[in-house]
Design a protein around this ligand. Structure first.
Ligand SMILES: [Zn+2]
Ligand SMILES: [Zn+2]
Length: 341
């Protein structure tokens, strides 16, 4: 079968490999239907930060159809369509035992600690699989995992009035804007230096585009206080600018993956009571995200950047790393859809 495997930093190869055999006990074999490229896939490709085995078939945002069961699996059946939890937790550490699997002391991710979804087939532990509606569009299903990440970030923010700002209209920022536009009582603002991408998110979600500038934000919100923000750029420059436009008493859900160090005067946070909330993957939000997929199908489809095949993944990584994308999500489809006659 064909698979896209990461060998080392900057070294992703699409190659023909042996298909997985029958799954071992408690594992399940899937035929992959679709998968999404995540910012963390790009980060790992660029830096190698999370490479724990090489080569590893990348991809943790995946949806597939169950084709074989290992011994003892009774939570899914052959023919079920499923999505996967990306978090490969240990189940034994204090955090796991307390139900905080996203903070597991030994946490790894599908695609890194085990082979992932950028392949025609994959084998995964049954405990990571969630059955989805058989009628759900596979491209929408592939967005369950990033939707859970966005949901976790949004739910980390305190309930507040005023306005909320999403900085960064990549996959997680865009999905956060989508969720906030449906639930947040005040104005939802979006900012991104990629104007085409920001415009697409604003069009799909109804959010208002602003520059990271106090006057621009005050004008867009009729001077409503800016008390909540989602940082989804991972850019030190953008984050520093964001701190400058927040009102006192605000909170920032930090979900972007950074590539640098921050140099700020901590008194800025102390005196203005600004809370920085780290957001790592998701806690228990994946089932909720799966339940929302049907209702959100239309906006989710409208946020897709491109649909590609496995062979196109290396070029897509280069394009996404260069910032050449006006949509949110590049979706890999294993089989091109059959055009109706
Ligand atoms: Zn992801
Ligand atoms: Zn654990």
């Amino acid at each position: 079968m064909k698979a896209a495997r990461l060998y080392g930093p900057g070294d992703l190869r699409v190659e023909e490999i042996e298909a997985p055999g029958l799954p071992e006990a408690d594992w399940v074999k899937l035929r992959i239907d679709a998968a999404g490229i995540c910012g963390s896939d790009l980060h790992n490709f660029r830096t190698g930060q999370w490479i724990s085995r090489s080569p590893s078939t990348a991809g943790h945002e995946l949806t597939g159809t169950v084709v074989a069961l290992g011994e003892g699996v009774d939570t899914v059946a052959v023919g079920d369509r499923v999505i996967a939890d990306s978090r490969f937790w240990c189940a034994e550490c204090a955090q796991c035992r307390a139900g905080r699997r996203h903070l597991c002391a030994a946490l790894g991710f599908v695609g890194e600690i085990c082979d992932g979804g950028f392949a025609e087939q994959a084998v995964l532990p049954a405990r990571l699989l969630h059955v989805i509606d058989a009628a759900l569009d596979e491209r929408v299903a592939a967005m369950a995992e990033p939707l859970a990440v966005a949901l976790h970030a949004v739910q980390r923010l305190p309930k507040t009035a005023g306005s909320v700002l999403v900085v960064g209209c990549g996959p997680i920022g865009g999905l956060a804007a989508l969720l906030l536009s449906r639930t947040f009582p005040g104005t939802v603002l979006v900012a991104d230096r990629n104007q085409a991408r920001c415009a697409r998110v604003a069009r799909v979600t109804g959010a208002t585009i602003v520059d990271l500038d106090r006057d621009a934000i005050a004008a867009a919100t009729a001077n409503a206080p800016l008390l909540a923000a989602v940082e989804a750029t991972g850019s030190i420059a953008a984050f520093t600018q964001l701190l400058g436009v927040l009102d006192s008493g605000s909170a920032v859900a930090m979900v972007g993956i950074f590539h640098g160090r921050l140099d700020i005067d901590p008194n800025l946070l102390v005196e203005r009571e600004i809370a920085l909330l780290g957001c790592h993957a998701f806690a228990d939000e994946l089932p909720d995200a799966v339940r929302m997929l049907g209702e959100l199908s239309d906006p989710l489809l409208a946020l897709i950047d491109r649909e590609i095949g496995l062979d196109d993944i290396p070029a897509a990584y280069q394009r996404l790393l260069a910032g050449e994308s006006d949509g949110l999500k590049t979706i890999i489809r294993m089989r091109q859809p059959v055009e109706p006659a």
